[in-house]
Design a protein around this ligand. Sequence first.
Ligand code: C2E
Ligand code: MG
Ligand code: MG
Length: 410
Amino acid sequence: MSAPAPSPTGLRVLVVDDDALHRALMLALLRQLGVARPLAAGDGAAGLAVLADSPEAPDLVIVDLKMPDMDGMAFLRRAGAQGAYRFVLSSAFDGGVLACAMQGARAHGLDVAGVLPKPVEPARLASLLAAATRATPPPAAAPAGARWSRATLARALGAGQFEPYFQPQCALSGGACRQVEILARWRHPRLGVIGPEHFIDLMEEEGLLDGLTEHVLGKALAWCARWDGAGIALRLSLNVSPRSMQRHDFADRLLALARTYGIAAQRITLELTETALPEHAADLLDSVVRLRMHGVELAIDDFGIGYSSLQRIAALPVTEIKIDRSFVSAAGASDKGLLILCSITELASSLGLRVVAEGIETEADADLVRALGCTIGQGYHLAHPMAGPALAPWYRQRAGLRGAPGLGVK
Ligand code: C2E
Ligand code: MG
Ligand code: MG
């Protein structure tokens, strides 16, 4: 049974479309779906003016790609420069064009919730509204382009300001959660919670990433032991940089840390990004072999977006692949995208690997990847990353509600 969409009443939506008929149709659909007063603009310039004049920013801006004067892509760039909006791209073009437009916009750092092919399917619009209705966490605070000094980062690390957030991975049938991904956050005393895109690369450049990894893993293992005590048994997934794994003592330090907290090494999965796999990495392979012998599992993260050969991946004793979220959204947008996702899933399953689909943002995404044979999903539709204290209450509520409609699981 499909989960009922949360009521989007109260949602502010702007439609920017030059075609008067489509615009009217979209406004009527939005009203039917509970959006009380949708806003409309007949071209890009009028859309920008609405955004500039609105006392409260719209929650969603639905943009037609093909418009005279300023087309949808130009509008996105200019609106994105004006403020932080969440967009949906709409067009009668073939889905491949829409998927490509979405990837391009995301590459420019814009928040694109999805695509809406014309003629518009009410169910698809409803699912995008439902995703926008769910509270999204406030974006990590960090001054744009901030570049922290080594001394600042080292001081923050020493002061224990970094901590793990946890994002559940859930079975797409039944909804059970057995594994959580550890995502590093910096709880800055003045700026609030800062996301990893603002400090991971920098810390790696400054030689601080190993310290961060150990610090965050230590705190995550402590949480894991606490959850065990509460009867909640979870596996942990940890993102590691290949450079860290190349350290000759990486395996020993990780295994020692796990022992300190009484967590079996078999309950840890290491996530390596495909793009970051070095060509010749004897030391990395040493670490991999030693960790695998102790039962630590190995996942290829963001699978599909790197260009490394399958042969190189096949050379690693991989146990899991995480399909990059761009494939999940592209599959919803075009037949070509669907075929690609389908073949990645098939390949991984036939290699006997666990497949986790990333970026499950809507009920429709969950339905799609489930239909393709993916068994595990991760994404905002299932659960946002959360701080340690929030996880046990989330887990219990989920376990209590499992099977009830409205959780994005069947
Ligand atoms: P990742 O390992 O691919 O982690 C998934 C990222 O996608 C997380 O971003 C998560 O918040 C985000 N995400 C999850 N579900 C959705 C969804 O439905 N839609 C969208 N749009 N995004 C979703 P986050 O926490 O900002 O982490 C970004 C990247 O930073 C991670 O990508 C990982 O590569 C890296 N990272 C995070 N923590 C660590 C760490 O402790 N060590 C290292 N080396 N890298 C880390
Ligand atoms: Mg990851
Ligand atoms: Mg990933």
